[in-house]
Design a protein around this ligand. Structure first.
Ligand code: C2E
Ligand code: CA
Ligand code: CA
Length: 400
């Protein structure tokens, strides 16, 4: 069932045997076993396809597990790590230390002998985190996308980001949907954004969507006020298009909307490093747009780069937020990120909050955050999001 490529590192042959058998039982087919840190680094270096998940014993003669993990953060390994040992202070400290690399993710720790249920929990977490598990949806083709654009079938849905300070809706994220006359449910972006990107239709799609948003804007402004901003998703590839800043500013200008009302969310799952991308980012800021780094924690931006890029907002990916109320390692990672962000004056959004326990945990942090997720509101069309806001305001007033 899982096509994960797994490496187990343990000096004990017997332990390796047990671990491998347990992983097979839960459906992991590709398992490599090595008995030392040195062999692990060599296996990682030569692996093709690369490993997705490493199980590492902490106590090994020679290079111990902690040293191996430290070495990983400067290697080309980009997968996840599970520690074969009980969760203790040493591991939490390690989580904090490797946070700034963010290329490897400490998924958890399992005491030996490894238990099938624990492995299943870890795999469940991987599922939330890894795109390799994402279902491949059938994609709309060129004429279907063009048809949607031409016939005004592209529809903006809105999902609120609310402040932990006072529950106020600070901004609404615009999420594209296609309303098909043949289907009762709107078509979701996984079915048309990847193909629009491939077919060079993503810019027309973005401009079309923004124009549709401007039709909703009077209603949204009346309900949410002029200081509530809108956030639109921009594909990182669109940053190569040097006309993007003028095009977006032109669309807003027609309706007299100031550029600072629009936040551009740019996903970090492909690297932003090409000079034309950096130039576009700079010019967007100069024109007054706000910039958000989306899906932070999944991709290519490390803390050092982040400090040099002109972002106003960082969105912590839902893989970092998922189950945070119960996951000590996620708590340590998020807390140490917040300590780093504290110096940079960016707004921090926690996205994908889908249960009350995680919501309560994040609300109780002393760091001011913006919260977004199904537990607050699913993405809704303009009428429905305004209706949602009526009841949300009542809930907030009752709490004050
Ligand atoms: P994203 O920018 O990371 O948007 C957040 C996605 O997470 C949305 O999915 C949203 O519905 C979903 N989400 C929000 N809260 C929760 C939660 O509590 N639990 C779970 N499981 N999911 C939650 P959606 O609307 O299907 O959009 C998927 C992706 O498609 C977006 O991810 C974004 O990358 C892309 N996308 C959407 N609209 C556009 C667009 O107009 N342009 C571009 N370039 N990409 C878009
Ligand atoms: Ca987004
Ligand atoms: Ca996101």
């Amino acid at each position: 069932m899982h096509n994960l490529n797994v490496l187990i590192v343990d000096d004990s042959k017997a332990m390796l045997g047990i671990a491998e058998a347990t992983l097979h039982e839960v459906g992991i087919e590709k398992c490599t076993c090595v008995q030392s840190g040195k062999d692990a680094l060599s296996a990682i270096h030569h692996a093709s396809p690369p490993f997705d998940l490493l199980f590492i014993d902490l106590n090994m003669p020679g290079m111990d597990g902690i040293e191996l993990i430290r070495k990983l953060s400067t290697s080309r390994y980009e997968g996840a790590v599970v520690i074969l040992s009980a969760l203790d202070e040493k591991i939490l400290l390690l989580a904090e230390q490797i946070t700034s690399s963010l290329r490897i993710r400490l998924m958890g720790s399992i005491s030996k002998p490894i238990d099938r249920e624990k492995v299943k929990t870890i795999l469940q977490k991987m599922k939330t985190m890894c795109s390799i598990y994402q279902t491949q949806y059938s994609q709309l083709n060129k004429s279907e996308i063009n048809n949607a654009l031409k016939n005004n079938l592209l529809t903006p849905y809105y999902q609120p980001k609310v402040s932990t300070n006072n529950g106020k809706v600070e901004s609404l994220e615009i999420l594209a949907r296609i309303n098909s006359p043949l289907q009762t449910n709107a078509i979701t972006p996984d079915q048309f954004i990847p193909s629009a990107e491939k077919l060079n239709l993503i810019e027309p799609l973005t401009y079309n969507l923004l124009n549709r948003v401007l039709e909703d804007l009077p209603q949204l402004t009346e309900e949410f006020g002029t200081d509530c901003r809108l956030a639109i998703n921009i594909s990182p590839n669109s940053l190569h298009d040097l006309h993007l800043p003028e095009m977006l500013a032109g669309i807003l200008e027609q309706k007299g909307i100031p550029t600072h009302r629009l936040i551009l969310e740019i996903t970090e799952n492909i690297p932003i490093e090409h000079p034309s991308q950096l130039e576009t980012l700079g010019r967007l800021r100069i024109k007054g747009f706000e910039l958000a780094l989306d899906d932070f924690g999944t991709g290519f931006t490390n803390i050092q780069q982040l400090k040099s890029l002109p972002f106003n907002e960082i969105k912590l990916d839902r893989s970092l937020i998922y189950n945070i109320a119960h996951d000590h390692i996620s708590q340590v990672i998020v807390q140490s990120l917040l300590n780093i962000f504290d110096e940079t004056q960016v707004d921090v959004v926690a996205e994908g909050i889908d249960n009350a326990e995680d919501l309560n945990y994040l609300n109780a942090l002393s760091y001011p955050l913006m919260l977004q997720g199904y537990i607050i509101s699913k993405p809704k069309n303009a009428d429905d999001i305004c209706r949602w806001h009526h009841s949300w305001k009542k809930t907030i007033e009752d709490q004050l």
